[in-house]
Design a protein around this ligand. Sequence first.
Ligand code: GDP
Length: 424
Amino acid sequence: MIRAIVGANWGDEGKGKVTDMLAAQADIVIRFQGGANAGHTIINNYGKFALHLLPSGSFSSRAVNIIGNGVALNIPSLLKELKHVTEGGVPAPRLMISNRAQIVMPYHILFDQYEEERLSDKQFGSTKSGIAPFYSDKYAKIGFQVSELYDDAYMREKLESVLTVKNVILEHLYHKPTLSVDEIFAQLVEWRDAIKPYVADTVSYLYKAVQEDKMILLEGQLGSLKDPDFGIYPFTTSSSTLAGYGAVGAGLPPYEIKDIIAVTKAYSSAVGAGDFVSEIFGDQADELRRRGGDAGEFGATTGRPRRMGWFDCVATRYGCRVQGATQVVLTAIDVLSYLDEIPVCVGYEIDGQVTKSFPATVDLNRAKPVFETLPGWNKDVRGITDFRKLPEAAQKYVLFIEKELGVPIKMVSNGPRREEIIYR
Ligand code: GDP
């Protein structure tokens, strides 16, 4: 059985905790897209960890963790993270890296920085971890697959060819120092040796695992609205954040993905630039950010303060649809407990017309939120494990959102800890 866990919004929905819960039951946990540019926070018996590249099964003695072919593999980040986890007392994770995964090259990170510098106030708000240059090179067919690192002659020849182009841009566009083939070659040799024990033909491994009906978890990074096709382009990421891409980014049959769990927070938050229709500002936003604590304040990878907003039914319904969600997890309802009433965005007004459909970016720029206000519950809801024990207003809030989304909310999360979950 293959199950995917993905974000319905802009990322930071609280996937980490839910993934950690599900990873505990999984035989295999796979990262299929993205890189070390985002991450989530996991709080478990070992402590609190920020994961960026390692799959969430890294805390389970049973799970095999796979870095799939669709991932942007940042080798130094991965090595650092392995150290962070093992130094935190966690037994060394069982890890496999696809021999078809491509690696983030040292110059991808440089190009990301230089390009943002060049764009100055027009920049995309990149995390500067090389993700956009990495995927550009991958699809321009000048990227480096892990398997290629073990063929010296091939690697050197390719480096010479690629660096010829990169150096022209460095010198004439960015006015920065050029790169030497020898230095990068030496760096790659060091990296390939460090990851060698983990490199494997994961496609064959997964083919067998599917035949044996293993419990496989596909772990998404970011969320629907950061998908380059369906999100708020160009303020998106550079690889698909959708469950459907899990089949491609891991090498699995699409029809085997049976359960798609979309995670959404009971309010909205976003990191980085781009349209965010239900955004709130000033004291109202500061208060929500502060109440959100870890869930509200800063992105797990970037440490950038999050932009805050009320729950957006238009964006989230669309986010669930493009994921093909079979169920929804609503997280962080405890954060809203301080409010007397809670606005929810139920429509977008564009040029005087109200729509419930999420528009493409040019129209989205002009959209204004239409809010409906629901009663708050004004009571701490942490520690509750039975849905019917929640204050009536909190139950109604969940049911209202479920109706708007058209997908069953099967789990409600009311605190950051793994056991703080209400099953419905
Ligand atoms: P991801 O990007 O979707 O993986 O987001 P994270 O997993 O990093 O979630 C953001 C933060 O929300 C983390 O600090 C979590 O501990 C916290 N969090 C998750 N679920 C809940 C919840 O139900 N209530 C509260 N208060 N915090 C939560």
